[in-house]
Design a protein around this ligand. Structure first.
Ligand code: TYD
Ligand code: MG
Length: 461
C-alpha cells in the first residue's frame, strides 16, 4: 500500500513513522498513525514560495538590550471573551479556539470580529465551512445586518496568505483550520500534516505582519482537537468551549495563554441573538430542587479567578457482576480512586454497585477540590438520605483518607455565604478564624479526615 515516500503521522503527538504501525513509536498511543506525508512535493521549497521574506538572519542581542515592549491589546468589547484572552486580542497573537460542532464558535467569533470592525479595526473572516451567504445569514440573526466585516470564502492556504498580505487586517478569523489545505503538500486536505503545516504558515504570517489570527478547530468525540493537538504548542493561546449543547450555558476556558492567566473562564448564555456574557455566573450550575434530594452535593470550584458553585450528582444503584463507574465532567480514574478511599477509610462499600457521577450543566471540573463533594454525594445516594438544605463541601481527599486544603478556600466560602448557603464541610486548613463577618450565616465544620466528614454529615441527619 505504501508508496515510496509515504509517511505516517501520529494524530496525537505528530510523530512520524516510515511504515504503518498499530502503535505510535513516539508516544505509544494506539491506532493514531494515519497516512500523510509532511514532506513537501518533490522539487519545491515549501517555505520559499510563500515566505521568502523570512530569510534575513536576526541579530543576536543580550536580553537587557532587547526592548521589553508590553503587548498591544485590542479588547473585543465582549467582556467574557476579553477575560479569557487576558485583556483582548494581542497584535500578532495566534489564538486556537476549539469546541464541539454547534457549540457556538462561529457565532462568538462573528460577534467579536464585528465589534472590532465597528471599533475601526480592519478585519477579515475566512470561512471554509460555510458559504458567504450562510455567514451573512448568521450576522442577520445576530442583529448585525449592516455588518462591514469582510468575508472570504476560501480554503486554499496560498490564497488566504495572499489576501492576508494584501489586506493586512488587524485580525483574521480562520473558520476552520481543518478545512484549510496547501497545494505544496501531497497529503490529503484535513490530514494532520496539512493542518499542522497550514497552521504553522499562518502563525508565521501573524508574527511577521502583526495580524492577530484566530484559528477555529474542531474537537472529536474523544475531546481532542481532531488530529492537531499538535497545534497547541504552536499558538499563543488555546481556548476551549465547554458546556453541553442542550443547556444554554457555554464556558470558554483558557488552557494555555502566553499573554494571560490560564484556567480563566468566560461564561456565556446562548440566546436567540447569539452569545451573551454572564457576568455573575456563580450559581448557574445548580439544578433547582425545591427540597434537597439524595445523591446531590454542591461544591465551590475555583475557575481562574472566580468561584463557581456547581452541583455534583451521584447515583449508586445495584449493578451486575462487573459494576460500572461512569462520570461526566469529572475524571473517571479519580472516581475509582475515591471509591477505594471511601471503602478503606470510611467503611462505605460500593463494590457491587454501579456508580454514576455527574457535574451539572456540562461543566468539566479538573481540580481535586471536588473530591469531598463527590464522596458525600455518593454516600448520600447510597444511604438514600439527602444532605441538609444549603449544604456545600469542597476539599481534596488523599489516598490515606486525609482531607487536604483547596486553594483559596476562604474565597470559596465567602461566595457560598453570599449566595445564602448554610452549612459547609471543608478542610481544616481552609476554615476561617472565628467571628469573621464575611461568613455570617454559614456554619462551618472543619475536618481533617474523610471519616470525620462522614460523621459530621450523619450528625446533621
Ligand atoms: P455555531 O456558531 O454555528 O457553532 P460552531 O461554529 O461551534 O459549530 O453555533 C450554532 C448553534 O448556535 C446552532 O445550533 C444555533 C445556535 N444559535 C443560537 O441559538 N442563537 C444564535 O443567535 C445563533 C447565531 C446560533
Ligand atoms: Mg462553525
Amino acid at each position: 500500500m505504501a508508496k515510496d515516500k509515504s509517511i505516517f503521522t501520529c494524530t496525537e503527538c505528530g510523530g512520524t513513522s516510515a511504515r504503518w504501525m498499530g502503535k505510535c513509536p513516539s508516544c505509544n498511543a494506539w491506532n493514531t498513525l494515519i497516512e500523510g506525508s509532511s514532506e513537501p512535493a518533490a522539487g519545491k521549497n515549501r517555505f520559499g514560495s510563500v515566505h521568502a521574506s523570512l530569510a534575513p538572519t536576526s541579530e543576536v542581542l543580550p536580553l537587557a538590550q532587547i526592548e521589553a515592549a508590553d503587548f498591544e491589546r485590542h479588547p473585543t468589547g465582549i467582556d467574557e471573551l476579553d477575560r479569557v484572552l487576558g485583556g483582548g486580542m494581542v497584535e500578532g497573537g495566534v489564538v486556537l479556539i476549539g469546541g464541539d460542532p454547534g457549540i457556538g464558535k462561529s457565532t462568538l467569533l462573528l460577534q467579536a470580529v464585528d465589534a472590532l470592525q465597528r471599533s475601526g479595526m480592519n478585519t477579515l473572516y475566512v470561512t471554509g465551512e460555510e458559504s458567504g451567504a450562510q455567514v451573512a445569514m448568521r450576522s442577520r440573526r445576530l442583529g448585525l445586518p449592516d455588518s462591514q466585516v469582510p468575508v472570504l470564502p476560501e480554503i486554499q492556504l496560498e490564497k488566504i496568505l495572499h489576501t492576508l498580505q494584501s489586506r493586512q487586517p488587524g485580525i483574521a478569523i480562520i473558520d476552520s483550520i481543518q478545512t484549510v489545505y496547501s497545494d505544496q503538500l501531497t497529503s490529503a486536505p484535513g490530514s494532520v500534516a496539512q493542518v499542522r503545516e497550514c497552521a504553522a504558515h499562518l502563525t508565521r504570517t501573524a508574527k511577521s505582519t502583526g495580524t492577530s489570527i484566530v484559528l477555529v478547530g474542531h474537537v472529536t468525540k474523544e475531546g481532542a482537537l481532531a488530529g492537531p493537538r499538535v497545534l497547541e504548542h504552536m499558538v499563543d493561546t488555546v481556548l476551549y468551549f465547554e458546556g453541553d449543547t442542550h443547556s444554554n450555558f457555554r464556558l470558554i476556558r483558557a488552557i494555555k495563554n502566553r499573554f494571560g492567566a490560564v484556567n480563566e473562564i468566560g461564561v456565556f448564555a446562548m440566546t436567540e441573538k447569539g452569545l451573551k456574557g454572564v457576568s455573575n455566573p456563580s450559581a448557574i450550575f445548580l439544578s433547582q430542587h425545591a427540597e434537597p434530594v439524595p445523591g446531590s452535593c454542591v461544591m465551590v470550584t475555583l475557575e481562574g479567578t472566580r468561584p463557581l458553585l456547581v452541583e455534583i450528582q451521584a447515583l449508586v444503584d445495584s449493578g451486575g457482576p462487573s459494576p460500572r463507574r461512569l462520570s461526566v465532567g469529572l475524571d473517571r480514574d479519580r472516581l475509582a480512586m475515591l471509591l477505594a478511599v471511601l471503602h478503606r477509610h470510611a467503611g462505605v462499600a460500593c463494590m457491587d454497585q454501579d456508580v454514576f457521577v455527574n457535574a451539572v450543566g456540562g461543566v468539566r471540573i479538573s481540580e481535586p477540590a471536588a473530591d469531598l463533594a463527590v464522596m458525600l454525594a455518593i454516600t448520600s445516594s447510597l444511604r438514600g438520605k439527602s444532605l441538609p438544605k444549603g449544604f456545600i463541601a469542597f476539599g481534596e481527599v488523599g489516598l490515606a483518607g486525609e482531607v487536604r486544603p483547596a486553594p483559596r478556600g476562604q474565597d470559596r466560602l465567602k461566595e457560598a455565604a453570599k449566595l445564602g448557603f448554610k452549612v459547609a464541610v471543608v478542610p481544616k486548613a481552609n476554615a476561617p478564624k472565628k467571628n469573621d463577618k464575611a461568613f455570617e450565616g454559614l456554619t462551618i465544620y472543619p475536618v481533617d479526615r474523610i471519616e470525620e466528614a462522614m460523621q459530621v454529615v450523619r450528625g446533621l441527619d
